[in-house]
Design a protein around this ligand. Structure first.
Ligand SMILES: NC(=O)c1ccc[n+]([C@@H]2O[C@H](COP(=O)([O-])OP(=O)(O)OC[C@H]3O[C@@H](n4cnc5c(N)ncnc54)[C@H](O)[C@@H]3O)[C@@H](O)[C@H]2O)c1
Ligand SMILES: N[C@H](C(=O)O)[C@H](O)COP(=O)(O)O
Length: 330
C-alpha cells in the first residue's frame, strides 16, 4: 500500500518553485511520495530548460503515489499558468491561487497528508486582487472554510539551529508599534507553545520573547512598548503556565549560547525574526504554519527570480520543507 502523498502547490510559475520540484523528485525517496499542482506542459518545458531529465506524468491525486515511482506526478490545474522564468504575469495569478486551494482541499478530503507550498510572488497576487498578505493568512481562511472553527495561523521559521515566530508579519515597519498588543503577543505565544507541544513533541516549550526596542527599551528610556505591552504579555503567558521570558534584548538573543536557552524566539516583527533565522540556517530552515488543523510547510525563501530557469537554485530548504511536512503528518 503506497503512502498518501504530500501535495505541493507550484507557487509563482515564473519563480524557482517548478524547478525545485523537479530537483526534489530527482532526490526522491520511495517513502515520501509527493505530487505537484501545476501545468504539465510548463513542467516539461522547465525540465528541458534547466536540463533535468525528469519524466512528467499528468495524473490525479488518487494516482499520484503510484505515478511517483516512475515520474513527477503533476495534477493539472484548470487555470493557465504558462509564463517564462523570471517574468511573472498577473494572468497566472488564478492558477497560483488554484494550486493552493486544491492542495488544502486534498488534505481535507484525505487525498494528501500535508501541503508544501512553493514560493508565491505576493505583489502579482495583490495586483490580481488577492486580499491576503501571504500564504499564512490565506491558509487560515481556507482552514475555516473546510474545517470550520476560527483558526489563527502563526508563521514559524524552524530549523534545528533556531526557531522564530514573528508576532507581526507582512506590515510596514512603521505600522509595527501600533499593531503590537498584549493580546496579539499572548495569542501568538499560546499557539506557538501549543503546536511545539503537540506537533514537535516539546513537553514544555521555552519561549524567549524579544523586546521591540533596542535593549528592550532600556527601562523605558528607549521606548515604552516593552514596559506597556511586551512585559505584561509575558506575565500573562507565564500565568497561563507557559515558560516564557522577556522582554529580552533582541541583539543578544541569537548567539549560540543564548539559543540554548529557548525553543522558539517570539519576535515583534518580520525581519527581527527572519533575518537571524535566515542568516543562521537559510538552506536548512523551513517556514511552517502553526495554528492550522493541517500541516503546511514551505521553503524559507521566495521566488528567486534571479535564479529561475537557470537550474542554480539550491533545493535544500524545499527538501527540508518536504521532510518536515512528512515528519509532522505521520
Ligand atoms: N514562502 C513564500 O511564498 C515566500 C517566501 C519569501 C518571499 N516570497 C516572495 O518572493 C518574492 C521575492 O522575494 P525576495 O527577493 O525578498 O526573496 P527571495 O528569497 O526570493 O530571494 C532573496 C535572495 O535569496 C536568493 N535565493 C532565494 N532562494 C534561493 C535558493 N533556493 N537557492 C539559492 N539562492 C536563493 C535569491 O537568489 C536572492 O538573491 C517576493 O514576492 C516575496 O513576497 C515568498
Ligand atoms: N515571510 C516569509 C519568508 O520570508 O519566508 C514569506 O513571505 C512567507 O510568507 P507566507 O508563507 O505567508 O507566504
Amino acid at each position: 500500500m503506497s503512502r498518501l502523498p504530500i501535495a505541493v502547490s507550484m507557487g509563482e510559475p515564473a519563480g524557482v518553485g517548478p524547478e525545485l520540484a523537479l530537483m526534489a523528485w530527482r532526490r526522491r525517496t520511495p517513502d515520501l511520495p509527493f505530487y505537484l499542482l501545476a501545468d504539465p506542459a510548463l513542467m516539461r518545458e522547465r525540465a528541458r530548460l534547466v536540463g533535468l531529465d525528469v519524466p512528467i506524468e499528468a495524473t490525479d491525486e488518487a494516482g499520484a503515489a503510484t505515478a511517483f515511482t516512475r515520474a513527477l506526478p503533476v495534477v493539472p490545474l484548470d487555470n493557465a499558468a504558462r509564463v517564462e522564468p523570471g517574468q511573472p504575469d498577473v494572468a497566472a495569478a488564478a492558477a497560483v491561487i488554484e494550486a493552493i486551494d486544491r492542495g488544502v482541499a486534498a488534505v481535507h478530503d484525505g487525498l494528501a497528508r500535508a501541503l508544501v507550498t512553493a514560493p508565491i510572488m505576493k505583489e502579482v497576487l495583490y495586483r490580481a486582487g488577492f486580499a491576503h498578505p501571504g500564504h499564512t493568512e490565506y491558509l487560515g481562511v481556507l482552514a475555516q472554510r473546510h474545517w470550520g472553527g476560527e483558526p489563527e495561523p502563526v508563521m514559524m521559521i524552524w530549523s534545528e539551529l533556531v526557531a522564530v515566530v514573528p508576532v507581526t508579519v507582512h506590515i510596514p515597519l512603521a505600522a509595527v508599534p501600533s499593531a503590537l498588543s498584549e493580546d496579539l503577543i499572548v495569542r501568538t505565544g499560546t499557539i506557538a507553545a501549543a503546536d511545539l507541544r503537540s506537533r514537535f513533541g516539546i513537553a514544555s516549550p521555552r519561549l524567549a520573547v524579544a523586546g521591540l526596542n533596542p535593549h528592550a527599551g532600556e527601562g523605558g528610556a528607549l521606548g515604552e512598548e516593552d514596559i506597556r505591552i511586551v512585559a505584561p504579555a509575558v506575565e500573562r503567558l507565564r500565568r497561563a503556565g507557559i515558560d516564557a521570558r522577556g522582554p529580552l534584548p533582541a541583539d543578544t538573543l541569537f548567539h549560540a549560547r543564548a539559543r540554548r536557552g529557548y525553543d522558539v524566539a517570539l519576535c515583534m516583527y518580520h525581519d527581527q525574526a527572519l533575518a537571524p533565522a535566515k542568516a543562521l540556517a537559510f538552506d536548512e530552515a523551513v517556514n511552517v504554519t502553526l495554528g492550522l488543523p493541517f500541516v503546511r510547510t514551505s521553503p524559507d525563501h521566495g521566488t528567486a527570480f534571479d535564479l529561475a530557469g537557470t537550474g542554480r537554485a539550491d533545493p535544500s530548504s524545499f527538501l527540508a520543507a518536504l521532510t518536515l511536512a512528512d515528519r509532522l503528518s505521520r
